[in-house]
Design a protein. Structure first.
Length: 261
């Protein structure tokens, strides 16, 4: 594993080491070319053409080998840097507890998704949901149980997203957000109902089973509207679902069309 470069002194030491290595390789390659082409007798008479030919071969060989070695080294470092940046970006956009996108990741994924859907003439329906009475779960069963509930619900939502091409994220706390592409209001309601039933479950752990339900709000993306406005409308539908007793699905464009799980 390469020695980490942290201080200015580390950088100088690394540079000196690379220079020493390059000088040593140059000396070895040069001597190898000389002895193989001109022999080892220092007093031997050699035609000028032979010397020129050998010097050219030595210069080309040394520069080619050194540039190749340094280029390979640089390519390996660049690859490591690219992978590290990609991993840091993934971590910065992922919720560690559920494995879903976090709010930043959701916003980054939603903007191009809405643009592509608009270009393709596809309908987009937003989904907002949260775990019913989550504070009471934490208060009664403890925060470890609350984390298990979040992880279980996250797994259910992640499996649904992968199976249906949806984008779903942990939006904050016990709240989750999603986007469904190319679906009608009726299809979105059916999807949300299916999720609502899947999330109505008991989460086991530490000799207790925690009963869990979720409420869902849906809103269709309106022409000319932005992501923030869309999610606000879905959030309004979610609050309506809470007011109606929780564990149900509300589509904001059809407030009276309330579906109970």
């Amino acid at each position: 594993m390469p020695r980490p470069i942290v201080t200015h002194r580390d950088a100088i030491s690394y540079t000196i080491g690379r220079m020493a290595l390059a000088g040593g390789l140059t000396a070895i390659v040069t001597l190898t070319f000389i002895f193989s082409d001109l022999g080892t007798d220092a007093s031997a008479l050699v035609p000028v053409g032979t010397v020129a030919h050998s010097s050219l071969l030595i210069a080309v060989g040394v520069s080619t080998l050194l540039s190749g070695a340094l280029s390979y080294r640089s390519a390996i470092l660049m690859r490591q840097l690219t992978l590290t940046r990609a991993e840091l970006l993934r971590i910065s956009c992922t919720d560690p507890l559920t494995g879903l996108l976090n709010r930043r990741g959701f916003d980054d994924a939603a903007a191009p998704l809405l643009a592509r859907a608009a270009t393709a003439g596809q309908r987009v329906v937003a989904l907002m949901c949260d775990i019913d009475r989550f504070k009471a779960i934490n208060d009664r069963y403890g925060h470890d149980a609350g984390d298990r509930v979040l992880a279980r619900i996250g797994a259910i939502l992640r499996d649904f997203a992968e199976a249906n091409g949806a984008v779903i994220a942990r939006h904050g706390g016990e709240e989750f957000a999603g986007l469904l592409v190319g679906v009608s209001d009726e299809e979105a309601t059916r999807y949300a109902l299916a999720l609502c039933k899947l999330c109505s479950t008991d989460v086991a752990g530490n000799d207790v089973e925690v009963p869990v339900t979720m409420s869902f709000g849906l809103a269709a993306h309106l022409p000319g509207g932005d992501l923030a406005a869309l999610m606000r409308r879905a959030d309004q539908a979610l609050y309506r679902a809470k007011d109606l007793g929780r564990n149900c699905v509300v589509q904001i464009d059809r407030m009276e069309a309330v579906a109970a799980c």
